[in-house]
Design a protein around this ligand. Structure first.
Ligand code: S3P
Length: 450
């Protein structure tokens, strides 16, 4: 089932060269944070290039429920009239975050240190995901929570009336956990400290500084130590959201495996905490270049140019790179199927608790399409068959997971037989223009009739 309606079965069939310009939507991580920090600032934040995917729209709706005025001016231009740190109102109704782990986890952090109560829910995927990783540190601030067995949504949080600052070592590499703690630290007197052994995406730290909060980052033997001084007055900002590297990975990977392709993907955010997949693809022999490198709004940005790469080779992906490409393993495993030799991916336990168990979802679908995959608790190995040698022909399950759905559609673009998908509905959560964009490049991705 699609998260917001009836299932949308789809088919992807081998196509001729993919060519042209692929303008992918705004960054999902930065879009969520723009709305949430905009809601916590005093005055009007304006945002250009906001991702208008369902995940972000659900966060916009949630910010309205907490009292911010969020306005869609059309064409990706939005404004948020913030209520200030500590100014959240108590929502009148349950907050439905749909499919979005980032949305619910960041919002929980943002409300946890205000004296209000809120109940959160989501779709079947989100309601199956672990929330204790968020509510455990929030409890240290004084926030209470009660949810279903195993710390699952639906869940009610009672914000701390007198929050105390926290020093927290993040036990799993997760930007969502780090961000929830930092956002809770905003309405807490004193200094909140977060320590992460492995660096994860740093958009929250960068944006907090942009909004005028006092935040320092120190690299120590224990990892990155982030210190936030609580109860700042956040100043409203203008934010230009860079295009999403995680979405860019789909047309890029498609171009690498479809013979004759040459695709330009302009204006992609290349924050080093996000760009690991492009380094990995180059190590595999991808013809992938960065053009017009520059900096926009404090984030490195470049145009990506991807061309068909006939000599892709499997590699061992360095485990320490995992956090910087965590959302791109599904589509990387598709490229690995067209490479010669094995692609070994280790240190990726987190993939098992994303929108779906992404190792299981991809391994099952790839095996159905004739690719050998081995997997264990925190690793998987894809044995590539080389260009032109991927059988295809299976129907894959998207498991309410946008990245699984898009990855299998990319697989079908260069496999011998078409690849079918049970439900492409989840694609709208992060990349609502995926189908027309890929079709315009020359892909044959279609919704099944009837
Ligand atoms: C995100 C963090 C990552 C990522 C997700 C977006 C964020 O999740 O998978 O798509 O915006 O903070 P984790 O924090 O669970 O690793």
């Amino acid at each position: 089932m699609s998260s917001h309606g009836a299932p949308i079965p789809m088919t992807s069939t081998a196509c001729g060269p993919l060519t042209g310009v692929a303008e992918v939507p705004g960054d999902k991580s930065i879009s969520h944070r723009s709305l949430i920090l905009g809601a916590m600032a005093v005055g009007e934040t304006t945002i250009n290039g906001l991702l208008e995917g369902q995940d972000v729209l659900d966060t916009a709706k949630a910010m309205r429920a907490f009292g911010a005025e969020v306005t869609d001016h059309g064409g990706g231009s939005w404004s948020v009239q913030g209520v200030g740190v500590g100014g959240f109102a108590e929502p009148e109704n349950v907050i439905d975050c749909g499919n979005s782990g980032t949305g619910v986890r960041l919002i929980m952090g943002a409300m946890a240190t205000s004296p209000i109560t809120a109940t959160f829910t989501g779709d079947a995927s989100l309601n199956g995901r672990p929330m204790a990783r968020i509510t455990d540190p929030l409890a240290l601030f004084g926030c209470q929570s009660v949810g279903r067995k195993g710390g699952r949504l639906p869940m009610t949080l009672v914000g701390a009336a007198d929050p105390v600052p926290v020093r927290y070592e993040v036990p799993v590499p997760s930007a969502q956990v780090k961000s929830a703690v930092l956002l809770a630290g905003l309405n807490t007197p004193g200094q909140t400290v977060v320590i992460e052994a492995e660096a994860t995406r740093d958009h929250t730290e960068r944006m907090l500084a942009g909004f005028g909060a006092e935040v320092t980052v120190e690299q120590t033997d224990a990892g990155r130590v982030i210190t936030l001084t609580g109860q700042p007055e956040l100043k409203p900002q203008h934010i230009d959201v860079p295009r999403d590297p995680s979405s860019a990975a789909f047309p890029v990977c498609a171009a690498l495996i479809v013979p004759g392709s040459d695709v330009l993907v302009p204006g992609i955010g290349l924050n080093p905490t996000r760009a690991g997949v492009f380094t990995t693809l180059r190590e595999m022999g991808a013809d992938l270049t960065y053009e017009n490198e520059c900096e926009e709004g404090g984030e490195p940005v470049a145009d990506l140019r991807a061309r068909f790469s006939p000599n892709l080779k499997g590699i061992e992906v360095p485990p320490e790179r995992a956090a910087s490409m965590i959302d791109e393993y599904p589509v990387l495993s598709v490229v690995a199927a067209f490479a010669e030799g094995q692609t070994v991916m280790r240190g990726v336990k987190e993939l098992r608790v994303k929108e779906s168990d992404r190792i299981d979802a991809m391994a099952t679908g790839l095996r159905g399409n004739g690719i050998e995959v081995e997997d264990g608790p925190d690793w998987w190995i894809v044995t590539g068959r080389g260009h032109g040698e991927v059988p295809g022909g299976a129907t894959c399950a998207s498991h309410l997971d946008h990245r699984i759905a898009m990855s299998f559609m990319i697989l079908g673009m260069a496999s011998q037989k078409p690849v079918q998908l049970d439900d492409g509905g989840p694609i709208a959560t992060s990349f609502p223009i995926f189908e027309p964009l890929m079709q315009q490049l020359g892909a044959q991705v279609t919704r099944n009739a009837g």
